[in-house]
Design a protein around this ligand. Structure first.
Ligand code: ATP
Length: 355
């Protein structure tokens, strides 16, 4: 186990920023800390780094209790959202910095520094801009220099706080893929903070979902997306349609209609429940063709090979809005204004505390 976070608590005045966090990060994995603004991701990262003290709990790095170690002794590399490169230093000197400030007895000699920096700049594909200054680089290039600089001291752990947050969508996408490739090559245990679910699901080996200072779920991208442990995770990881009703033998009773599906055993007959259905899990069939909830088609929005269908629920659905996403071929029969039957290929049902 590379990093263990044990029973960590952190308050800011009365506010619990972290509430009993327990996590294990394996050697060489790339993990995303994902959650909405203010959920405690950055605080957790800063405590692991040693930039912030926890109230209680321990951080163990490679078997060694690091809770009382100074930042410099933890051997972690950081990359933050706003690339803190030294403006007066060239790209080369920025990357060399961490090596040059090492204590003399562990500092590599000049030839070794030259070799290592060159190797890192090649790795981040920036060898050709080594003698430029940060202001002469694009945002994405600066971020790659920041990564090379963090890697120069051969950290045991790499911590990245919204590393691509300040960049535009296209560059973000490129850097994501690039970070994944870099990680596959180096295998440094890396944790990165993001509030972007797509980024987390696309890049990470595992995702830690946080909400209000707590961990809601930890799992691979497929596990958390396909089997969300809580309604929060379900909502946070993508759009979802909510169907409020009461548990019946056949599924979820909504007015005099039923949404069929699996109801977890702990939900009692007649209790208030809510079914979560992702847009691609909804199915539409022509009216009169069988079971399903009645809804009217409001709009059809083409999205490449798929179509997004906006619908308004009839009867017990009380005019609620729903969104389905289907392959074009599956909805050729649809027109705005038409009444259809809605059913769910898959639905996850939770107790409904909102009723
Ligand atoms: P964001 O994505 O917005 O950066 P986050 O998940 O990283 O959010 P944190 O920065 O860890 O959240 O903050 C967690 C909570 O602790 C927030 O409510 C924040 O206001 C509070 N907080 C963080 N740092 C301090 C501080 N130094 N003093 C007081 N409150 C703080």
């Amino acid at each position: 186990m590379s990093i263990q976070v044990q029973q960590l608590n952190k308050h800011f005045n009365q506010y619990a920023a972290l509430d009993n966090i327990n996590l294990d990060f394996k050697d060489g994995e790339l993990v995303a800390l994902l959650g909405p603004s203010g959920c405690g991701k950055t605080t957790l990262l800063r405590i692991i780094a040693g930039l912030e003290q926890a109230d209680t709990g321990r951080i163990v790095i490679r078997g060694e209790d690091a809770s009382d170690l100074h930042v410099r002794e933890r051997n972690v590399g950081f990359v933050f959202q706003h690339y803190a490169l030294f403006r007066h230093m060239t790209v080369f000197e920025n990357v060399a910095f961490g090596l040059r400030v090492k204590a003399r007895r562990i500092r590599p000699n000049e030839a070794e520094i030259q070799r290592r920096v060159k190797e890192l700049l090649d790795l981040v594909q920036l060898g050709h801009v080594a003698s430029r200054f940060p202001t002469q680089l694009s945002g994405g290039q600066r971020q790659r220099v920041a990564l090379a600089r963090a890697l120069a001291v051969q950290p045991k752990v790499l911590l990245l706080d919204e590393p691509f947050g300040a960049l535009d969508a296209q560059v973000r996408k490129e850097l994501r893929r690039w970070l994944r490739d870099l990680h596959d090559e180096l295998h440094v245990t890396s944790l990165f903070v993001t509030h972007d679910q797509e980024e987390a699901l696309e890049v990470a080996d595992r995702v830690v979902l946080m909400n209000a200072g707590r961990v809601e779920q930890v799992g691979t991208p497929a596990e958390v997306y396909d089997h969300p442990a809580t309604p929060f995770v379900h909502r946070f990881l993508g759009s979802v349609n909510l169907f409020h009703g009461r548990v019946s033998e056949q599924g979820l009773g909504i007015g005099d209609q039923t949404l069929s599906g699996h109801i977890p055993a702990h939900l009692l007959q007649g209790s208030a429940a809510v079914a979560y259905v992702r847009p691609h899990e909804l199915e539409l069939s022509p009216e009169g063709s069988g079971d399903g909830l009645s809804a009217s088609v409001e709009r059809l929005l083409p999205m490449g090979s798929r179509i997004r269908v906006e619908l308004r629920g009839n009867g017990g659905l009380n005019g609620a809005l729903f969104e389905a996403e289907l392959p074009k071929e599956a909805v050729q029969f649809l027109k705005p204004g038409q009444t259809v039957r809605l059913s769910a290929r898959q639905a996850q049902v939770y107790p409904d505390y909102e009723i």
